[in-house]
Every structure is written in C-alpha cells, then in structure tokens.
Write a protein that binds this ligand. Sequence first.
Ligand SMILES: [Zn+2]
Ligand SMILES: [Zn+2]
Length: 295
Amino acid sequence: MSVLMLGAHMSIAGGVSKALDRAASIGSNALQVFTKNNRQWIGPPIDPEDVARWREEMPANGIRYAVSHASYLINLASPRDPLWTKSQRAHEDELRRAHAYGIPHVVLHPGAHTGSGAQAGIERAAEALNRIHANTPECADTMTLLEIMAGQGTVLGRNFGELRQIMEMVEDGERMGVCLDTCHAFAAGYDLRTEAGYETMMAEIERDIGLDAVKCLHFNDSKGGLGSHKDRHTHIGEGEIGLEGFRLIINDPRWDGIAMLLETPKEANLAEDVMNLARLCELVEDRERVPSGLR
Ligand SMILES: [Zn+2]
Ligand SMILES: [Zn+2]
C-alpha cells in the first residue's frame, strides 16, 4: 500500500494558492479548498497569477492531491426553476475554476427536493448535471463527486442507492464520482464503528456504485448518533463514531490511493487539524504509510 494522502479543508484567505502553504505548514500532503467565497453564487474572474502560483507551489510543497468543494448555495434538485438554473450556472463556475487550477474533483451536495419528492429531486439533479456537462465540454476531465449526506430534511443522497439513481441518469458517467463522508454516512445509518457494520456499508457501496466511484473521503467524527440524520462534525475520536471506525477505514487496502480529508472544527492556527491528523496517524498500522511531514 502507498503512503496515505492526509489533510484537511483549508482556508483560501489571501488567495486560493495560500491554502497550499497552510496545508504544508502542518505537514499534510492533501487538501480541500473552496475555489471562491462559498457564500457567493459566482466568483470573481479567475486570477491567472494565483493559478500559476498554485501550479508551482503544489508540487514544491509535496502536496499530492487537492479537491474543491462546491458552494453550499447550489441546489440542483430544486423544483423551482430560478434556483435550479442559478444553481446550474454556479456549478459550471465551480467546474471552470477547478479546471483552471488543475483540480480533478469537485465535491457537490446532491441537493434537496424541498417537497417535490425524492424521485422528482433525483430526476431534476440528473437533468441539471446533463445541462452543466453540455455547457462545460472544456472541463470534461473535471469530475463532480456527489457527497453522501446525513439525510436531514428533504436532502438527497441519504444512501448510496440514491446517488446511483442520479448517476445512472447522467449521460456522461465519466464525469461523475462519489465523496464518502464518515460523519454523514454514520448519521445516515451506516454503522462504521464495528467491523460488521463497516463491511455492510462496503458491500452496499460495491453493489450500488462500485468502490472505484469513490474518489475522496471526508474524515469527520459525528456529534449525532447512528441514524440521527444530523450533519454535525466533531474531532476524530470525540464523537459517536470513535477511533475504531477510523482505524478500520485508514488501514483498509481498498482505500489505497484515496485522500482522507478533515472537515472538523478549527481555529486559524490549525492546532485542531494538527491534533486530529496526529490521532489518525496513531491508528496507521504500517508506519511507512504515514506521510513524512506527519511522522
Ligand atoms: Zn463532507
Ligand atoms: Zn457535513
């Protein structure tokens, strides 16, 4: 098995490329970013200087993987046309930004049907993705990763079957993948705490979407209990999942080559990231797999 790709979601204050400095400063070798302010629908024009700096600094800092996360405003499953089309334009902007930076994957929440029903929402999301793909042929190498969700309210993606239903209706399947968030999966009802529960989830992933579809892991412990449908992240080992669940995943050869990224609470000094990454590294059985910056 290869060296782990471990890191966290990093702030882009001062420029997207500044996130790389933050990731490197704590010894991590992977990261997640927003490629613009995530409370904006469409970002400012892409800054070519920042893109050039990103492309230089990423290898120079030993960062092996980066993923972007799309704005939380986007709802491709909305039954309301104005929000639905605005969301499409926003996700097209996300794809173009990621593409400019050479970021291969964009994590996206599948959306919420807000009362129209799951089936209608699923069809709406797939149709939106087809239109987005038609409008961004230049971003064919930039994948959208649908994230598994805790299943709160009318949110879609509460199980892998729902993600499959959306992806089945997307014509260009090559542009689609999945992001597995441990907190969301646990809150949705997948019991990662035990080997039996973890294997049940893995069998469902294999059956519904195939393991190869999962391109990125979000490593968050869960404040909410199993099946609580609460999306509340907490520090590794301090939530309802506990260390054992993370031990199972981090040592599982089936995830070899897939980045594991924190989205846990933190202050600007990154002390909590350092703490959580140290806890994860403690769980790694083969010490050779711990990234050199984290040894
Ligand atoms: Zn996540
Ligand atoms: Zn979450």
